[in-house]
Design a protein around this ligand. Structure first.
Ligand code: C5P
Length: 229
């Protein structure tokens, strides 16, 4: 079973206001990207392909090199203009350079605290024959659809809604087809979904939250303090 994780980490992360790419922002001294890759390796992934900000490939190589010594291979390449471009470039690299790639995970560097058991649950579900697998959480807030003026259109039934996390797991051939399809979606499972491939869910975890704002970063710091206590 050849599991390769792709980590799109090429975003500028301007909403964090840190003056550096989000992937390199430290939480308790350790960059988000390093934490994310470490989690993947702890879950048993042996190859991680990182799409780095093009101007920071050398820095990303430096901060992730010690992880490779811990038993995994870490490949770093320049990312693209959009997240989907970064994923496509990393995917093409994996298929070309890593023999036997059969299962591909796509994991945002911004979800740096994803527990290894979530990663393993996704891998196990793909290995069991599901071509596309996503970790999800129930929605706790009531959600409204609104028109461009902000007037409510309707209220979807909350019981059938889920918040989607990463890593998203795929049969490698299916993800390759999705990225070559010319379709557009905000996540990789969305692309696969549009091709009519069934996407199944496994339980996600609150710790796999996406770090986007300063508030999220403060929550992550608090999580670390809590886990050390
Ligand atoms: O900006 P956002 O938080 O939605 O980005 C999600 C993930 O996609 C981040 O880990 C970010 O670094 C990555 N990304 C990328 N290439 C881009 C834009 C975003 O790899 N051009």
């Amino acid at each position: 079973m050849g599991v390769v994780a792709l980590v799109p980490a090429a975003g500028r992360g301007e909403r964090l206001g840190y003056g550096m790419p989000k992937a390199l922002v430290p939480v308790d001294g350790v960059p988000l990207l390093v934490r994310a890759v470490r989690g993947l390796l702890e879950a048993g992934v042996r190859h991680v392909v990182i799409a780095a900000p093009p101007s920071d490939v050398a820095t990303v190589n430096t901060v992730t090199a010690p992880l490779a010594q811990a038993g995994g291979a870490v490949h770093v390449l320049p990312g693209g203009a959009e997240r989907s471009d970064s994923v496509r470039l990393a995917l093409e690299h994996a298929v070309r350079e890593i023999p036997g790639t059969t299962i591909v995970l796509v994991h945002d560097a911004a979800r740096a605290f994803t527990p290894p058991e979530v990663v393993r649950a996704v891998i196990d579900a793909v290995a069991a024959g599901h071509p596309a697998v996503i970790p999800v959480l129930p929605v706790t807030d009531t959600v409204k659809r609104v028109d461009p003026e902000g007037v409510v259109i309707d209220t979807p039934d909350r019981a059938s809604l889920r918040v989607v996390q990463t890593p998203q797991g795929f049969d490698a051939a299916v993800l390759l087809r999705a990225h070559g399809s010319g379709l557009h979606a905000t996540d990789d499972a969305g692309l696969v979904e549009r091709m009519g491939v069934p996407v199944v869910t496994v339980p996600g975890h609150q710790d796999a939250m996406k770090i986007t704002t300063k508030f999220d970063l403060a929550v992550a710091e608090a999580l670390l303090v809590g886990s050390a206590a």
